[in-house]
Design a protein around this ligand. Sequence first.
Ligand SMILES: NC(=O)c1ccc[n+]([C@@H]2O[C@H](COP(=O)([O-])OP(=O)(O)OC[C@H]3O[C@@H](n4cnc5c(N)ncnc54)[C@H](OP(=O)(O)O)[C@@H]3O)[C@@H](O)[C@H]2O)c1
Length: 229
Amino acid sequence: MKRIIITGASSGIGKEIALELADETSQFFLVARNMDRLEQVKMEIESKGSSAFIGVGDVSDEHQTKTLFSQAIAEMNGIDLLVANAGVGYFGNLEEMEISKYDDQFNTNVRGVFLWLREAIPVMRKQNSGQIIVTSSNLGLKTSPRASIYSATKHAVQAMVSSLRDELKGTMIKAATINPGSVSTPWFDGRDVDRSKMLTAKDVARAARLIVEQEETSNIDHILIMPGL
Ligand SMILES: NC(=O)c1ccc[n+]([C@@H]2O[C@H](COP(=O)([O-])OP(=O)(O)OC[C@H]3O[C@@H](n4cnc5c(N)ncnc54)[C@H](OP(=O)(O)O)[C@@H]3O)[C@@H](O)[C@H]2O)c1
């Protein structure tokens, strides 16, 4: 894969996928809100021989998404891989969930994925090629107490990608989700949890590599990946 857009590339899983796929042949357009952290990731990628552009913005903002996506296509002259990864999670019993946290989760995890897919698909259709990876969760496939709204966003994304796969039948465009259990990333910073038995971001990045490197004869639907310890 040569021309790669990753949302949520400033931290955790998105950053690790960028590092995993970085080599002399690949170009990146890295999206998130925090410019300093994006600059840091850009430097790390460039040290592996890739070129990288950064796009600072909120994935749930339609105008910003359109502007950033156009910039990415202008810089890279197309797109081979979109990793729609930016996401947030707030946990607690349903009756305790503040409306602002409900909105933030649906806006980032569902609307943010929709907006980026909606930009990428027409370009991929024109090329008749491309791979989409959406970072969902094991909670996109099952539910858990204290995760009702987060899990609802990931189920929504799961349904979105599943329908999209049907819409893409007969084309050379593929779409997959990665569904990890708990992953030790900055996501858990400041939370009182034991991270010692969690997946690593590298585990998830390797799953992304598997999708990217699949043969033309294969179309991975989703990869459910749970901690091994
Ligand atoms: N960690 C886990 O246990 C786990 C498990 C399963 C699935 N996931 C999923 O994996 C994805 C990445 O999570 P992570 O663990 O890597 O968390 P993380 O380290 O907190 O990274 C989240 C990324 O999303 C970006 N982001 C958040 N809201 C954004 C917005 N509105 N616009 C643009 N960028 C935004 C953040 O960048 P800025 O703050 O700079 O904008 C950051 O780059 C999420 O979709 C999450 O649901 C995580």
